[in-house]
Write a protein that binds this ligand. Structure first.
Ligand code: 4AD
Ligand code: MG
Length: 446
């Protein structure tokens, strides 16, 4: 055992490994690469292995005449997903999957592999049960790279705009987005402890010190619906700031989404290609201003263009949102919703007491609501009244209501569903693929 380790370390020191991408950039001469077997086929004298690492894939050719009888026998037995170190010469070859080929001089097996459970054309349930293995697929790897860019771009945007990163607790003692999607936790047998639906009620107190804050954190919703847009645990990018106007909140929403699209297009074209995403569907939202309409105008468009009658005062349902965005090639920002369909903290429109300064950003192509936000109601009595109407115990909200007692200022913010944005950017059929281990009402394993 000791000997093998020594031998491996010696190899390691003698060669500096290149990523597959960098090896292809080098284009010729000798290279050392390492990764996992993505595909393999062979005959009695020659074996083709497509090796995968985080950067790309490359075809490796192992010939008996070059590596010798014994090594060839070992290589010939290798199965998909075994891990290898490969040493050889790289050459351009138009027939190879990525245009280059490594002619192998030596191969070291690092980790052998049992027959890999995932083969072609397996059902979604099987892939979900084997999520830990499916993560290494080219599809999931491509999505996870886009995801990484999206997270980075959100941080970059808010920090660039002078926002502080700030965290709320995940165990919370109040609801914010309605009791029906609250997860109650067994907190040392204590009642009334919930997982965060949003950071908002714990963010508003912090703007008195920091003024401009943002976060990216998990939010939890006990969603009983099995849709392609809902997770029970999702990542929520939220922002809140003091002295805001409603327009400024909306402008930040548009600008952060544009920044994310720009970064993904700069960084992840190869991944979008692997995913078969048509990037001309993303470009209008980067290059043109988002469409801005009021709820009333949305009802008018639905009526005139889609023959859909929505009664004033009803929330827009998924089918109506999907129908509405069909009229546009980019994001649609809907504002001024009826007060009765929106959350208790949204500010009454000063010109119309029946509507609130609340907004939903609807993605193109029927990907639904990506952002929900608002200017916050400042009137203490109004908030209390709405909490009572909801059947909430106002005393539980004392800490929150203090924000309206001690030097209250106009403020507001929004929440952006990160997986929803990733779903649209990648053109995914289901939001579950936008997160490594999706959680839904019926899926919490592995
Ligand atoms: O519209 P929501 O409920 O707004 C809030 O939570 C506010 N407190 C945010 C704020 O102003 N700070 O949620 C915001 C966004 C939605 O627009 C949607 O993109 C996403 O969170 N979202 C979900 N994403 C995945 N799965 C779910 N179950 C989601 N529920 C909401
Ligand atoms: Mg919403």
């Amino acid at each position: 055992m000791k000997k093998i380790t020594e031998k491996k370390e010696a190899k390691h020191n003698a060669h500096s490994f290149l990523s597959i991408q960098d090896a292809m950039k080098q284009g010729s001469g000798s290279v050392a690469i390492r990764g996992w077997i993505h595909r393999e086929r062979g005959s009695s004298n020659i074996k083709f292995i497509v090796l995968r690492d985080s950067s790309n894939i490359i075809q490796c050719v192992i010939e008996k005449a070059v590596v010798g009888e014994e090594k060839f026998k070992i290589a010939d037995k290798l199965q998909i997903e075994a891990s290898l170190e490969v040493f050889g010469d790289i050459k351009e070859d138009k027939r190879a999957p990525t245009g280059y080929e490594v002619h192998v001089k030596e191969v070291v097996v690092v980790g052998e592999c049992d027959t890999f459970p995932i083969t072609k054309d397996q059902g979604t349930e099987f892939l979900a049960d084997n999520r830990h293995l499916w993560l290494r697929s080219r599809k999931m790897t491509a999505i996870l790279k886009v995801r990484s860019t999206v997270f980075g771009a959100i941080h970059e945007y808010f920090r660039g705009q002078g926002f502080y990163e700030y965290q709320s607790p995940m165990f919370q003692s109040v609801q914010c987005e309605g009791g029906s999607t609250l997860f109650e936790v067994d907190y040392f047998k204590q009642k009334g402890v919930f997982l965060a639906q949003t950071w908002q009620l714990y963010a508003e107190p912090a703007i008195f010190g920091l003024e401009k804050i943002y976060t990216i954190a998990p939010s939890f919703r006990a969603e009983k619906s099995k849709t392609s847009r809902h997770l029970t645990e999702y990542w929520h990018a939220e922002m809140e700031f003091a002295w805001s106007t409603f327009d400024e909140i909306i402008n930040h929403g548009e600008k952060v989404i544009k920044h994310v699209i720009k970064k993904v297009l700069e960084t992840n074209k190869p991944e979008l290609e692997i995913l078969g995403r048509d990037i001309t569907k993303l470009e209008p939202s980067l290059n043109k201003p988002f469409v801005r309409i009021t709820y009333d105008e949305a009802l008018k468009i639905l009526k005139e263009k889609s023959k859909m009658n929505v009664e004033w005062g009803k929330d827009l349902r998924t089918i109506e949102e999907d129908e509405l965005v069909k009229n546009f090639d980019r994001f649609v920002i809907v504002t001024n919703y009826p007060k009765i369909v929106k959350a208790f903290y949204m500010k009454e429109d000063p010109h119309n007491r029946d509507v609130v300064q609340g907004t939903d950003f609807l993605a193109p192509e029927g990907y639904g609501e990506i952002i929900g936000g608002s200017q916050r109601e400042e009137k203490l009595e109004e908030i209390k009244k709405r909490l009572v109407e909801m059947g909430e115990k106002v005393s539980e909200y004392e800490f929150y209501l203090d924000t309206r007692k001690y030097g209250s200022v106009p403020h507001g913010g929004f929440g952006l569903g990160v997986e929803r944005l990733i779903s649209w950017i990648c053109g995914l059929e289901n939001i579950k693929d936008a997160i490594p281990f999706p959680r839904t009402m019926i899926r919490w394993k592995p």
